[in-house]
Design a protein around this ligand. Structure first.
Ligand code: ADP
Ligand code: MG
Length: 236
């Protein structure tokens, strides 16, 4: 079943007299549990697409359904609720909160959106810290962590509220080669374990190799290309 369905969506940024056609009308769909990437040169609209899928921005035209919900129809409050319930974000510069510990960073989204008891929250945080291999750093602050450890925390935070869909904008851009490979492995493991859908924006050949399908953006247009090395059976 598709978790993302885009029909003729486009995006034009307007400021004063200047119009930037970031995305021409495009169609695509992404299946639940997929591990796929938007690729393309800088400025080709990768982040714009992720932001629209995440309800941070709206298409100028066309229909974009995420988990069956028409993104354009949501007001600000509904969009925030939708993000809290459905989406996890991972960024290239980690975006951890510097004054919170590792455990508190992971717990933070749970405070915002869920009516979980303290006990349930703590258990969830512990499960996630274990899953991403960061339990020993639970009480450290972000500045005490390496880049790879920070991104592990970000992956755990994105998964904390049981999001169905993780949007990761160039998540390996600030990691060295070996660390990036380990983080990609970790994300794929999380997909396998929780059936969470992962959508990347990336320039990184390591993510492209791991992705099951590449959606290439060029001049506002999009072509989808399954990766024969990783495509799941029955996927096209
Ligand atoms: P990418 O992530 O592939 O590098 P972006 O989605 O960030 O590309 O940008 C696509 C195009 O849209 C670029 O030309 C960029 O300058 C433009 N753009 C992105 N965000 C805005 C904005 N908020 N206002 C105006 N133009 C924007
Ligand atoms: Mg970008």
């Amino acid at each position: 079943m598709p978790i993302v369905e885009a029909r003729q969506i486009s995006k034009t940024y307007r400021s004063g007299d200047i119009h930037v056609e970031a995305i021409h009308p495009i169609d695509f769909s992404i299946d639940t549990g997929a591990f796929v990437a938007f690729v393309g040169p800088s400025g080709s609209g990768k982040s714009t697409l992720l932001n629209m899928i995440g309800g941070l921005d709206k298409p100028s035209a066309g229909q974009l359904k995420v988990d069956g919900i028409d993104i354009a129809a949501l007001d600000r409050k509904q969009a925030a609720q939708f993000r809290g319930d459905t989406i996890g974000f991972i960024f290239q510069d980690f975006n951890l909160i510097p004054v919170l510990t590792v455990a508190e960073n992971i717990e933070y989204p749970l405070l915002m959106v869920q009516n979980w008891s303290v006990q349930t929250r703590k258990e969830r945080v512990n499960t996630l810290m274990e899953a991403v291999g960061i339990s020993e750093q639970a009480h450290k602050f972000p500045h005490q962590l390496s880049g790879g450890q920070k991104q592990r925390v970000a992956v755990a935070r994105a998964l904390a509220s049981k999001a169905k869909l993780i949007l990761a904008d160039e998540p390996t851009a600030n990691l060295d080669h070996q660390t990036a490979l380990r983080i990609i492995d970790l994300m794929k493991q999380m997909r396998d374990e929780f059936d969470t859908t992962f959508i990347f924006s990336t320039h990184d050949p390591k993510i492209m190799d791991a992705a099951e399908c590449l959606y290439t953006l060029e001049d506002g247009c999009l072509t989808a290309q399954p990766n024969p090395a990783t495509a799941k059976e029955g996927q096209s």
